[in-house]
Design a protein around this ligand. Structure first.
Ligand code: ZN
Length: 153
């Protein structure tokens, strides 16, 4: 089973501490690591597609719509200078959006003199254990994101 499917299984079993909300086409979850505070993911429900263009147009538009709602909710809940939206799939092909609230200076002097995608920040820093929200902080973040989602749905 792929990592995204595993996380979705955990949601279905009520065992995913990062789960925020189920939408029609996917699940909104808080990211495991929070160097980019408010990092949120939107996981597509169906494992079988690996490309956006494989999804029938009605569902594709719904998936895109819900992704932008998740992004807006994250921006409203956590604040940012700019949202970044990424759907990559070189690690796990299961369609999932990375939604990153970005702020000036958030990659330090890495990248192009401090400018560039989140991936130009060193992986060992981005995924460091001390970037994982503590239980109480995670609950606070989930509540904030959920209430902003409710306003937009
Ligand atoms: Zn999967």
């Amino acid at each position: 089973m792929c990592l995204i499917c595993e996380r979705i299984e955990m949601i279905k079993n009520g065992e995913n501490p990062y789960f925020v909300k189920e939408l029609k086409t996917g699940y909104v979850v808080i990211g495991d690591n929070q160097h980019f505070y408010g990092y949120t993911l939107f996981l597509y429900k169906n494992h079988k597609y690996t490309e956006l263009y494989q999804i029938n147009m009605n569902e594709r538009l719904e998936f895109m719509k819900e992704m932008t709602i998740a992004a807006q909710a994250a921006a409203n809940a956590f604040g940012c200078d700019k949202m970044n939206y990424e759907l990559l799939g070189m690690g796990d092909t299961h369609l999932h959006w990375h939604l990153y609230p970005r702020r000036d200076g958030d990659i330090g002097n890495y990248g192009n003199h401090g400018r560039g995608p989140v991936w130009w920040y060193p992986m060992e820093k981005m995924y460091a254990d001390d970037n994982c929200p503590k239980r109480e902080e995670l609950e606070h973040m989930k509540d904030k994101l959920n209430s902003e989602l409710e306003k937009l749905l």
